[in-house]
Write a protein that binds this ligand. Structure first.
Ligand SMILES: C[S@@+](CC[C@H](N)C(=O)[O-])C[C@H]1O[C@@H](n2cnc3c(N)ncnc32)[C@H](O)[C@@H]1O
Length: 245
């Protein structure tokens, strides 16, 4: 995400907070006879507001496609754009603020379970597929290990009807960790897996296991990009080299 918008909105919020504190001071003074609020109160209010704003920005970043992942996706999709002359497409599982950035350069199909996040980014093509438990999915074959903690996966009957004909990258960034993502492994044959596959959050054991099992199943190697306590994994397209990370 560009830094201009957060800085501008922070300055705006700061101004509004100061104006609101000034207004409160005037009301207290006029109606209740309080002395005007001192500079310490203004400083405290501003600090609290800036702190809350920083926490909000950090949490949005934690959940979103960030600069490092965006650069990796760019490296994969710029050659596609050059060789085909069309806008490359991404099939994204799990949408959020980071989807906006992907939409600037790519056609994005976002599979999302949570109505709250569906259509959050107007430019994306949403597939609202609620989570259904594994009784409604294929039985895992003997060589697949499913974590006991996984609660389910997106309703494939919804996804199958709305899946685009082609896409150039699969990005597995949902559902959230507490639901689990191994449903992707169970349903691999419903997707075009001859494209690069990115699995986010492989700093967590479950996602790392998913990356390894998916790579084994499609018979391709994987690479892991670790940075700032985060990590994502990439399984390149068949025959494509691993990135030099
Ligand atoms: C890791 S998030 C997906 C992030 C998305 N790919 C992005 O780049 O913004 C996984 C799920 O958490 C939910 N979610 C998205 N953004 C969130 C946020 N900022 N805070 C909490 N939950 C979020 C959505 O249901 C989403 O499917």
């Amino acid at each position: 995400m560009s830094t201009q918008k957060p800085v501008a909105s922070c300055v705006l919020l700061f101004g509004l907070t100061m104006a609101a504190t000034r207004g409160l001071s005037a009301v207290l003074e006029t109606h209740f006879g309080y002395p005007p609020l001192g500079p310490m109160v203004y400083a405290l209010t501003a600090s609290v507001q800036l702190g809350l704003y920083a926490i909000l920005q950090w949490s949005l970043k934690e959940f979103s496609v960030d600069d490092v992942m965006f650069a990796a996706i760019d490296d994969l999709l710029t050659p596609v754009r050059k060789s085909t002359g069309r806008k490359p497409a991404i099939l994204e599982f799990g949408s959020g603020p980071g989807t906006a950035r992907l939409c600037q350069d790519y056609t994005v199909y976002s599979v999302e379970h949570d109505a709250k996040w569906v259509n959050y980014i107007a430019a994306s093509h949403y597939i609202h597929a609620p989570i259904v438990n594994f009784s409604q999915h294929k039985k895992p074959s003997a060589d697949i290990t499913m974590p006991e903690s996984d609660l389910g996966w997106y309703d494939m009957s919804v996804i199958s009807k709305k899946l685009p004909a082609t896409y150039d990258v699969i990005l597995v960034d949902g559902p959230p960790g507490h639901i689990g993502r191994h449903g992707f492994l169970l349903n691999l044959d419903s997707f075009d897996i001859n494209v690069p596959i990115i699995i986010d959050d492989v700093n967590r054991d479950a996602e790392l296991d998913l990356l390894k099992q998916v790579a084994k199943r499609v018979g391709r190697p994987y690479a892991i990009r670790r940075y700032s306590g985060k990590a994502f994994g990439l399984i390149p397209a068949p025959g494509a080299p691993l990135p030099a990370w």
